[in-house]
Design a protein around this ligand. Structure first.
Ligand SMILES: *Cc1c(COP(=O)(O)O)cnc(C)c1O
Length: 390
């Protein structure tokens, strides 16, 4: 009997090592990694610069706590603030913690404006994490079932529906913030319309609400800009990051700007591990490699190659509803549940994911090559073609 708590339906393989976009399991079989550990392994596997930076840092000091200054964390905050156009950064260790910080911040902001029961507008099909507050913000009844009472203070609206949020503005005086993913990941790769994003920015300004962008999955270069909101040219008041930020080392961040800045004082929030020496150096190095190797442009070009390649490979298939995405965040929606494709992909040496029942999700490393892309299209195109064949 396994002593692991049964929180994941784990696939029956384990990886021993990886190199670039390829990983090898403990039986020696190789797989093309088009998932990057759920958008985490930004630089693929065994990247020499990241390995060297982590090893060197491990040889000096791993952790000292936030009771002391951490120079690497200060540098990382400067870098993220510059890239995102934000003012301040709080560091933690995961996406749900980054969102938890954002939710606490929004409530604190509300109380400072004398809103006694502050509420946050959240979206249908959103995913914000598994802690009690982030689970309550998540728009998935199945994930919430059995964990009631949920945290109160969330108002749910359909995604991409500005009119619905305007109606909330008229009806509910307690709203202090709106929280959304610019590209919904777990929800099935749905992209916020540019007009919706811009209208939402204006609506938040008119009502003095905080606009919180959960970029835990779509941030750190994945969609072909440093952050998803940059496609629409808007700036949120709060941005949350995690997954790809540390290139595989756990780190989360909550960035603030303008009226969201300067709210927390010592004692209001914290994290023992948050932004320690090791995690900060991993994130700094990941960002440096993205810049030096032009990986944002690569995400744009390779993302297009994959989407166009799949469109061509699947042109004759009925049953493909849509191939969509931005940069290297790609979804192939089918007209039927397709979870079994994950296992079939393992057979042909390919790592993919299926989310929202019917959407094949691809989140390859940002340094995926054109050859990797062609290999992915060949293997996945064949799999989906066979799966949909009458
Ligand atoms: C994965 C994810 C989270 C939760 O991150 P964890 O590190 O698993 O806590 C939150 N928001 C979004 C958009 C995510 O994709």
């Amino acid at each position: 009997m396994s002593h692991l708590m049964n929180t994941y339906a784990r696939l029956p393989i384990a990886f021993s090592h990886g190199d670039g976009s390829w990983v090898t399991d403990t039986d020696g079989k190789c797989y093309l990694d088009a998932l990057a550990g759920i958008a985490v392994s930004t630089l693929g596997h065994n990247h020499p610069a990241l390995v060297a930076a982590i090893a060197a840092q491990a040889g000096r000091i791993l952790h000292s706590s936030n009771l002391y200054r951490i120079p690497q964390q200060e540098q990382l905050a400067d870098k993220l603030a510059a890239l995102a156009g934000m003012d301040e950064v709080f560091f933690c260790n995961s996406g749900c913690e980054a969102n938890e910080a954002a939710i606490k911040l929004a409530r604190y902001y509300g109380h400072r404006r004398d809103v006694e029961r502050p509420a946050i507008v959240v979206m249908e099909n959103a995913f914000h994490g598994r802690t009690m507050a982030t689970l309550s913000a998540t728009g998935n009844r199945k994930a919430q079932a059995g964990f009631e009472p949920l945290v109160s203070g969330f108002v749910r609206v359909p995604y991409n529906d500005l009119e619905a949020i305007r109606a909330v503005a008229r009806a509910n005086q307690n709203v202090v913030a709106v929280m959304l993913e610019i590209v919904q990941g777990e929800g099935g790769i749905h992209i916020a319309d540019v007009d919706f994003q811009r209208g939402l920015r204006t609506l938040c300004d008119e009502n003095d609400w905080l606009l919180i962008c959960d970029e835990v999955q779509c941030g750190t270069g994945r969609t072909g800009t440093w952050f998803g909101f940059q496609h629409a040219g808007i700036r949120p008041d709060v941005v949350t990051l995690a997954k790809g930020l540390g290139g595989g080392v756990p780190i989360g961040a909550c960035l603030t700007r303008g009226k969201a800045t300067g709210l927390f004082k010592p004692g209001k929030h914290g994290s023992t591990f948050g932004g320690n020496h090791l995690a900060s150096i991993a994130a700094l190095t990941t960002i440096a490699v993205i810049e030096e190797d032009g990986l944002i442009d690569n995400a744009v070009a390779i993302g297009r190659l994959i989407r166009e390649g799949l469109a061509q490979a699947l042109a004759a298939c009925t049953g493909v509803v849509e191939i969509r995405g931005q940069g290297l965040m790609i979804g192939v929606e089918l007209d039927r549940p397709c979870a079994e494709l994950v296992l079939r992909a393992l057979d042909v040496g390919l790592l993919i994911n299926v989310t929202a029942d019917r959407v094949v999700r691809l989140l390859p490393p940002l340094n995926f090559s054109a050859d990797d892309a062609r290999e992915l299209v060949t293997r996945l195109g064949g799999l989906i073609g066979d799966f949909l064949a009458p």
